[in-house]
Design a protein around this ligand. Structure first.
Ligand code: ZN
Length: 337
């Protein structure tokens, strides 16, 4: 039996790197030799909680790039074996066992995967590690398109993880005149500087009613008391979602981008939402077209993907990586399986 290395999740926080059976290439599918796979905030949530009850062990990882190892004989494509490619997230076939992800040496793509995911050729000068930023950028791109962040607007981003930093950089690229980033952790306050927002402020993990250090008050002060046109909550905190409403300008948009712990409820001040005519919008995901646009932004160099990759390590380091990312000591970690 041919084997491959993979990081298997056996339960919450129980991740083991093991040799498992190497997947075979279907006649109407492809087999990808994964060269780089990013550790995403959502992966950390899945890996540390009971995300797939009854389905362990399973393999996560959805920000991947690699080389085409095999193409099934029934597949019609211009791609060839040996081509370097970016592969957008692979959705489990409805009803199928969701065991396969990119934290492994090989990823099999079924015919259905080839229909519902992008497999895009990678220019020779774009490293595998850089292009994986396409995946988080796709959601960010899709979101800002949906809420129409535009020239001259003030945008607040709560959370300076990789996604928050992508939001800050994209808002700037779309012409926002003032970009304000809020973050709780020291390391990330420092890391946010390279994306050159106009203001980087320390967040707060509770509502502060205008007391010293209240991020709501700080945003109001920076906007002549108006609040921001857009407040994007890109973090897992219900308090940040509460604060977002109070930072938003009349007629502005509060976007809930980051997921909060399952079952957690946020108490929103609906009078503020009502009397200030605030839109509250939730965003998740992207279309294949938006994924392709984000891929173009990264591959053309218009968007500097390398800035978001803090560290590249072997897959064996996955437990250490989860800890480093969870505690905010790095932006994104990329594995070379
Ligand atoms: Zn992701």
């Amino acid at each position: 039996m041919d084997t491959m290395k993979a990081a298997l999740m056996y339960g919450p926080g129980d991740i083991r790197v093991e040799q498992v059976e190497k997947p075979v290439c279907a006649e109407d599918g492809m087999l990808i030799n994964i060269k780089a796979v990013g550790l995403c905030g959502s992966d950390i949530r899945h890996l540390t909680t009971d995300s797939r009850p009854g389905e362990y062990p399973c393999i996560f990882g959805h920000e991947h790039s690699g080389v085409i190892a095999e193409i099934g004989q029934k597949v019609k494509t211009d791609l060839k074996e040996g081509d370097r490619v970016f592969v957008s997230p692979v959705l489990p076939f409805p009803g199928a066992h969701a065991a396969m992800g990119g934290f492994a040496e090989y990823l099999p793509l079924s015919a259905w995967n080839l229909e519902t995911s992008n497999v895009l050729p990678l220019p020779d000068d774009v490293p595998f590690e850089r292009v994986i930023i396409t995946e988080p950028l796709s959601s960010v791109y899709s979101c800002q398109d949906a809420v129409n962040v535009k020239i001259g607007q003030t945008v607040v981003v709560i959370g300076a993880g990789p996604v928050g930093c992508l939001h800050a950089a994209l808002a700037r690229a779309r012409g926002a005149s003032k970009v304000i980033v809020l973050e709780l952790l020291d390391e990330r306050l420092k890391m946010a500087e390279q994306f050159e927002p106009d203001h980087i402020l320390r967040g707060a993990d509770q509502l502060m009613d205008g007391a010293d250090g209240d991020p709501v008050r700080a945003v109001l002060d920076l906007t002549d008391g108006r609040g921001a046109d857009h407040v994007i909550s890109a973090n897992p905190s219900t308090v940040a979602q509460q604060q977002a409403v109070f930072m938003c300008a009349e007629g502005g948009v509060v976007t809930l981008f980051g997921g909060v712990p399952r079952g957690a409820l946020t108490a929103l001040d609906t009078n503020t939402i009502h009397y200030s005519s605030i839109w509250v919008y939730g965003h998740f995901g992207f279309s294949l077209e938006e994924n392709r646009k984000a891929y173009d932004l990264i591959c053309s160099g218009q968007f500097d993907g390398d800035k978001y990759v803090s560290r590249i390590m072997p897959l064996d380091g996955i437990n250490e990586a989860v800890e480093l990312a969870r505690t905010g000591q790095v932006l994104k970690i990329v594995f070379n399986p």
